[in-house]
Design a protein around this ligand. Structure first.
Ligand SMILES: [Cu+2]
Length: 304
């Protein structure tokens, strides 16, 4: 991979892709590997797990071991269509559709989706960025909790970590993270079939009630007793936020055998962590992330 600035790189590569696409289009008549029809979107020359309708094309990609399960022909769409790319990954990271310059965060159990109006023909790289984990050695790498902090961390306490138990109710959780300035993130927690029970902490399990636990990059930060939580002190870069719903006695809860949890990736813009009050952001969210792997998953080929 060329080590030149992100935007400069695309100033070079996009024109090349457009030229390549033009050349490819000229050769469509003699290509034998992957038929492409321009007059009937329901004729389905595709082999992947996808559906095509008159106005939208849905493509589902599964990423395992940093590789895509889709063949080249599966990533062909017609110019002018609305395209919905859904990514299921076994590792947290970010999908980047080059050219259109669209991104989506993915994590295990949390698919990422990129929706685009394929107005421009060409071949557009789909890359998977994997970010460095939080630096456990750095003292500022550990985010601080600003509320609901408990001195007693029951995940590393005297007793063994409680086993997961069945929720006993059709509970569900979803989270939305709002990145504020200087390493602060507001996390909104949306629950179904669930009552927050802050006064019942440590009491026996009551189906459909309890509290939550919040983690950053796999490290437990705090118990949560309300549908919003403010994280502070996150370092610049990418972080995974995870929230589990827990019984009063701190078991992780299972629904249909799966832990009831929600995850999301956030990117903290650069700010000066040693001098509070200084200008926090260079305005370019990509600049501070340390990408430890960039995997090319394929090209979205938009045909005229
Ligand atoms: Cu707990």
């Amino acid at each position: 991979m060329l080590r030149i600035p992100h935007h400069a790189r695309w100033a070079i590569v996009v024109p090349l892709l457009l030229i390549a696409a033009a050349l490819t289009a000229c050769q469509t008549g003699v290509q034998s590997d992957a038929p492409f029809t321009t007059n009937d979107s329901t004729q389905a020359p595709y082999t992947a797990d996808r559906q095509t309708s008159a106005d939208a094309t849905l493509i589902n990609m599964t990423i395992a071991n940093r590789a895509s399960d889709l063949a080249r022909a599966d990533l062909r769409v017609r110019q002018g269509q609305t395209v919905r790319l859904a990514f299921d990954a076994d590792e947290a990271g970010e999908i980047h559709l080059h050219g259109y310059d669209l991104t989506a965060a993915v994590a295990p159990g949390q698919p990422g989706v990129i929706t685009l109006d394929a107005h421009t023909a060409g071949g557009f790289g789909i890359n998977f960025h994997v970010f460095a984990p939080a630096d456990a050695a750095a003292t500022n790498g550990k985010p601080a909790a600003s509320n609901d902090s408990h001195s007693h961390d029951h995940s590393s306490g005297h007793a063994a970590k409680p086993e997961s138990i069945d929720a006993g109710a059709p509970i569900a959780v979803a989270i939305a993270a709002q990145v504020e300035s200087k390493g602060t993130v507001d996390v909104a927690i949306d629950t179904e079939a669930w009552q927050w029970a802050p006064d019942q902490v440590d009491a026996p399990h009551v189906p459909g009630t309890g509290h939550a636990h919040i983690y950053v990059d796999g490290v437990k930060i705090s118990r949560v007793f309300a549908p919003s939580y403010r994280l502070t002190g996150l370092t610049p870069g990418a972080h995974e936020i995870r929230v589990t719903l827990n019984s009063n006695n701190h078991h992780e809860l299972l629904r249909d055998g799966l832990i009831v949890e929600a995850r999301t990736l956030v990117t903290i813009p650069h700010y000066d962590i040693t001098a509070a009050g200084s200008a926090p952001d260079d305005g370019h969210g990509h600049s501070s992330r340390e990408i430890i792997a960039e995997v090319h998953l394929g090209n979205l080929e938009v045909y005229p």
